[in-house]
Write a protein that binds this ligand. Sequence first.
Ligand SMILES: [Fe+2]
Ligand SMILES: [Fe+2]
Length: 141
Amino acid sequence: MPVHGEIVLGFDPMDEVHAHFEIQLATALACPDDRLLQCIGELTEHLKHHFAAEDVWMRDSDFPPAQCHIDEHAAVLQSAQEVLPLVAQGRLSVGRAFVRELANWFPAHADHLDSALAAWMSKQRFGGKPVVIKRAAAHHH
Ligand SMILES: [Fe+2]
Ligand SMILES: [Fe+2]
């Protein structure tokens, strides 16, 4: 049973990543000052994995408009990596502003870029191409 968050785009592996993102984001938004560095650190780790998964889906499936989506991921990850050392120096308001910005950024990103990729991936999987069922058992006789 796939895990779903508030934004559901119809490609289960992505919807699961997004559900985890929403949880991490909610945690970071509610994070107490003394844990903010850790919360943003965990959020940054999530972003690496989230963006890498989508970038691989785009590259492996020759998704036509991949570049601007990949670039946007890189820009967001770079901001996260710039914010982390500032939070470590005690500049918590910079961290708080980043988390709020990320929360504002995500719905539009999901709507404009992730949704197109989700539709493309679903089509790759279920449309046009024949479904190939790999039968591991076939190798044993
Ligand atoms: Fe995404
Ligand atoms: Fe994305």
